[in-house]
Write a protein that binds this ligand. Structure first.
Ligand SMILES: Cc1cc2nc3c(=O)[nH]c(=O)nc-3n(C[C@H](O)[C@H](O)[C@H](O)COP(=O)(O)O)c2cc1C
Length: 501
């Protein structure tokens, strides 16, 4: 069997397989950008993917270019993402939120106060924005003043922080497909004469500022980035020297220890063959981390990419729209449903959550399923004993992690707890001993409560800015932590009153 279907470590995470659901805008959020329960059902259906990258999510009201796309800048939006994450995590997957600012690919009717969309330069794209009244031609945008740029970078950082609060496992910076970051990067859309235009270094400055700010919030292991060096979509002409420009970017990205580089190979949703014989593997080799390949992949191409080590993971877009159980279908080399383009954007459940899964085979009981995945020679009684022992050890370790206020080992433990919970819960379904069942349910609840306590544990207030310092607001170093509000660094020795270094 190809290792496409086997677990892999990416950044801070162990993923169940090397199959990724690509980001897919579906325009089914509420008008004000709040995710809906239907979205939780949709993503939950696709949770056999090793990793899910969310649809593009607006980082601010100004970032929006399409009606009914979700946001992550208001508290109500942050809260409404939670059921999506619960559904995905229950299904065993991990989910990164795609941080999105469309820049000039918007329309005044989508902007606060009907203002002009912003861009690095006032150049009108020959493209359409999806407004409440349907597709409308884009307008000439307003060129950003240099003084405004740090404020936009801060929007990315704030959105990343909100994503973690909502329960996302990480974020993907959308630097592809002609949106704001790529508008800065390419010489065809950037005519600036300040520190953000002209030379390759200057054009890449905005992207790198964003990466730095987001990594500061999340840590590199929870941040991926998406690039599309050879795609002219959304009327963004190719850079004069794509390899030099993107080569510089990729080299610089190595400084941040990112979780992955997500590459659209060729023209997004179009030909994979690249003009002028440019070989994207050069960029792949230059990047010192996992590489997710995308664009036009099917099973044969994905298997070949793994066999020839041309990609670490493969992401699928359109196939995921139509096949919620894509992993199972690919594993069985089963026929695939065809996506219906009419229902890509907007609408309700039709064409969204109603694509059929494979005919279910007579399904094994959860216990049989778990046993089949583990050592088949283990008898059921031993299996239960081992499971309980594992839960006990994990609880013990969590307790110690709490005492040490060591959020790094907490991250590792949380993954193991997640696996143990799954096994435990699946086991509950078949166990006839009700007393045992309620005891185990209590164990799982204890673990969840411990997890919450760790995440929200408060160590006191920052001596400089006075903000409460909680575990989920600290970046972890081997011996020190940082207040993310004012950047003051504290040593990790004590958990209660942080001492200045
Ligand atoms: C309906 C639709 C919505 C998309 N939305 C996004 C998006 O929000 N962010 C993004 O980076 N790419 C988006 N894409 C591009 C896909 O992620 C992917 O790159 C593209 O479909 C090519 O992959 P595929 O051949 O596997 O479909 C979208 C594509 C489609 C078809």
């Amino acid at each position: 069997m190809s290792d496409l279907f086997l677990p892999v470590t990416v950044g801070a995470f162990h993923l169940a397989n090397r199959i990724v659901m690509a980001p897919l805008t579906r325009s089914r959020a509420h008008a004000e950008g709040t995710p809906t329960p239907l979205m939780a059902e949709y993503y939950g259906q696709r949770a056999s993917a090793g990793l899910i990258v969310s649809e593009g999510v607006n980082i601010s009201p100004q970032a929006r270019g399409y009606a009914r796309t979700p946001g992550i800048y208001e508290e109500a939006q942050v809260r409404a993402w939670r059921p999506v994450l619960d559904a995905v995590h229950r299904g065993g997957s991990r989910m990164f939120l795609q941080l999105w600012h469309v820049g000039r690919l918007s329309h005044p009717s989508l902007q606060p106060g009907e203002a002009l969309p912003i861009a690095p330069s006032a150049i009108r794209p020959d493209a359409h924005a999806y407004t409440q009244a349907g597709f409308r031609p884009c307008v000439t945008p307003r060129a950003l003043d240099e003084k405004e740029i740090p404020g936009i970078v801060a929007q990315y950082a704030r959105a990343a922080r909100n994503a973690l609060t909502a329960g996302f496992d990480g974020v993907e910076i959308h630097a592809a497909n002609g949106y704001l970051i790529e508008q800065f990067l390419r010489d065809s859309a950037n005519r600036r004469t300040d520190a953000y235009g002209g030379s390759t270094e200057n054009r890449a400055r905005f992207l790198l500022d964003v990466v730095e700010a987001v990594v500061e919030v999340c840590g590199g292991g929870r941040v991926g980035i998406r690039l599309s060096p050879l795609s002219p979509v959304n009327d963004l002409r190719l850079d004069r020297d794509p390899l030099a420009t993107y080569g510089y970017v990729v080299e610089r990205l190595n400084d941040f220890g990112l979780a992955y580089l997500h590459m659209i190979e060729g023209v997004t949703q179009g030909p994979r063959s690249v003009p002028g014989g440019i070989d994207l593997q050069i960029l792949r080799r230059a990047f010192q981390g996992p590489y997710i390949a995308n664009n036009g992949y099917d099973l044969a191409l994905a298997l070949e990419a793994r066999r020839k080590h041309r990609a670490d993971l493969i992401s699928f877009g359109r196939l995921y729209i139509a096949n919620p159980d894509l992993v199972e279908r690919l594993r069985a080399d089963a026929p695939l449903n065809e996506p219906d383009r009419q229902t890509f954007f907007g609408g309700g459940a039709h064409g969204y959550t109603d694509y059929p899964t494979l005919e279910p085979k007579p399904s094994p009981t959860p216990r049989e399923h778990i046993m089949a995945q583990s050592d088949s020679s283990v008898d059921p009684l031993h299996f239960d004993i081992k499971l309980r022992a594992r839960l006990g050890i994990l609880r013990e370790e969590i307790h110690h992690a709490l005492l040490r206020s060591d959020t790094e080992s907490y991250g590792e433990l949380a993954g193991q707890v997640h696996d143990a919970e799954e096994e435990s819960l699946a086991d509950l379904l078949t166990d006839v001993n009700l007393a045992e069942i309620s005891r185990e349910v209590q164990e799982v609840r204890d673990i969840e409560a411990a997890r919450d306590r760790i995440a929200h544990h408060t160590y006191g207030t920052c001596l400089d800015c006075g903000d409460p310092i909680a575990a989920n607001r600290l970046e972890v170093y081997p011996t020190a932590k940082r207040c993310l509000t004012c950047q003051r660094i504290y040593e990790t020795r004590t958990g209660v009153a942080p001492a200045k270094l």
